[in-house]
Design a protein around this ligand. Structure first.
Ligand code: URA
Length: 275
């Protein structure tokens, strides 16, 4: 079937309006057909992707371990096991970043431009954790650089913090296509990663930005409206630290009236950091 330029434009705008903003292949695949190709190659490992892919796997301690995690796991359970093993095996943040960059067990990696690992100071006393990178972060390879990141910067500045005094990461380090919510399986795969990242950074205070971050890291069921502003305990694996859920800056952009509550949370954070 030949499609005219006008029809092609209409199809593309239909997809754009439906939220599709990422091209994962040039030809559509009918995955319901009996002879559909497997959704992920068992081997060999996928080549590195993204604009900076040539630079993305720095040589670092533990670089040999990376090869262990470069083959896509065969089942969802195997992917979670592989993530746990990969997380455990890294003993420095540099090695951990390199392992994550080579990890083939999370399919988000194949639609994302690149890994969005962290920003800020790994020696900071406070660590902020969001949910997942958006489009701007995916392109930059840095968390919280878009509109909500700019608001986060202003909120931090209001209590004397900036990215040289804080460390910033996400539960999921690859952008979900179209900014959709990560699936429970994707979050389960990435959970050992963020746990290990927190352990390696070893902050005194953890700030969970938004409900998904608070619920995932603090294993709580209640929504952010109930949990925000309350102090929780978080076990890093080596010690107990204090954890504070607060509203996600993207939510505050949509609901500016809630900024007064977020301001209270940040004042509590300032006090805790001074103590
Ligand atoms: N929202 C997040 O949760 N994380 C980012 O890095 C950007 C937006």
């Amino acid at each position: 079937m030949t499609v005219s330029a006008k029809e092609a434009r209409e199809i593309i705008s239909f997809y754009r309006e439906a939220g599709v903003d990422t091209l994962v292949g040039e030809k559509p695949v009918d995955r319901l057909a009996d002879d559909a190709p497997p959704s992920q190659p068992a081997s060999p490992p996928l080549p590195a992707r993204g604009p900076n892919s040539a630079n993305r796997a720095p040589s670092a301690p533990g670089a040999d371990d990376r090869t262990l995690f470069q083959t896509a796991p065969a089942t969802p359970e195997a992917a979670i096991m592989a993530a746990r093993q990969a997380a455990k095996s890294a003993t420095t943040l540099e090695a951990f970043r390199a392992l994550l960059d080579a990890f083939e067990g999370c399919m988000l990696r194949s639609t994302a431009t690149q890994l969005v690992f962290a920003d800020g100071n790994p020696n900071a006393r406070v660590m902020f954790v969001g949910e997942a990178p958006g489009r701007d972060e995916d392109l930059a390879g840095t968390p919280f650089v878009g509109r909500s990141g700019k608001l986060l910067d202003r909120m931090m500045a209001a209590i004397g913090l900036d990215r040289s005094k804080a460390y910033i990461a996400n539960i999921v380090p690859w952008r979900p296509p179209g900014n959709r919510t990560p699936t429970p399986h994707e979050s389960a795969i990435c959970l050992p990663f963020i746990h290990r990242q927190i352990e390696l950074v070893n902050p005194d205070i953890l700030v969970c930005l938004g409900g998904p971050s608070a619920q995932t890291l603090l294993a709580i069921k209640e929504g952010i409206t109930r949990s925000r502003g309350r102090w929780f305990s978080y076990d890093t694996g080596t010690r107990e630290i204090r954890a504070l859920p607060t509203f996600h800056p993207a939510f505050l952009l949509r609901s500016p009236l809630q900024k007064r509550l977020a301001w209270r949370d940040f004042l509590a954070l300032e006090k805790a950091l001074a103590g």
